[in-house]
Design a protein around this ligand. Structure first.
Ligand code: COA
Length: 163
């Protein structure tokens, strides 16, 4: 856990936090896209997955596969947006993935999601592909990629999230 000034502390998610994370996800996404407690529990149970959260209303889940990592979801409560939580969580996930040996991070984002695209661009993510009609409403997804530092930066302690 580390302090991040005004956004609050970033904490490593464990199974004990699944209900809180589901509540944050529910607040951030439309009902059809919200991840339930069971889904988050399943994700956090996987040895390759890690989660970070800010208890006042933000979370990020990521996955590591060899030297590649992926953002599974990033969510900030609407009441807590534009305060830097999303940026802090993304930076935390990039640090954590790098500390676990990943040298790159990928994600998918709707071409229409201007808020997320702005956050990702600010953290060095660039276009790596496009998935046509990826989402159920027919919207395309952009695949974005960022290079992670090969030398772990000071940040969150090593070790995967989990119970
Ligand atoms: C995307 C999301 C996580 C951003 O979280 P956030 O905490 O509001 O982001 P930050 O406060 O760190 O924003 C950092 C910068 O990104 C840009 N940004 C963020 N939201 C923006 C918006 N709605 N419009 C334009 N730029 C935006 C701004 O440059 C902002 O800096 P500023 O506030 O100083 O101008 C949040 O909007 C969210 O949860 N959206 C719904 C879920 C989602 O789409 N997740 C991503 C799926 S890929």
């Amino acid at each position: 856990m580390r302090g991040t000034g005004k956004v609050g502390a970033i904490e490593i998610a464990t199974l004990a936090h699944a209900a809180l994370l589901a509540a944050i996800h529910r607040a951030a996404f439309p009902p059809a896209e919200a991840w339930s407690r069971d889904v988050i529990t399943l994700q956090l149970s996987l040895p390759t997955t890690f989660g970070l959260f800010i208890s006042s209303g933000g979370l990020i889940l990521g996955r590591i596969a060899a030297d590649e990592s992926e953002v599974l979801t990033l969510a900030v409560d609407p009441a807590r947006r534009r305060l830097g939580l999303g940026s802090a969580l993304l930076r935390g996930a990039m640090d954590r993935a790098a500390s676990l040996g990943a040298t790159s991070m990928f994600l998918e984002v709707a071409v229409t999601n201007h808020a997320a695209l702005a956050v990702y661009a600010a953290h060095g993510f660039i276009d790596a592909g496009r998935r046509r009609q990826y989402y159920s409403d027919g919207t395309d997804a952009l695949v974005l990629r960022s290079t992670l530092p090969s030398v772990p930066r000071p940040g969150l302690p090593p070790g995967r999230a989990g119970p």
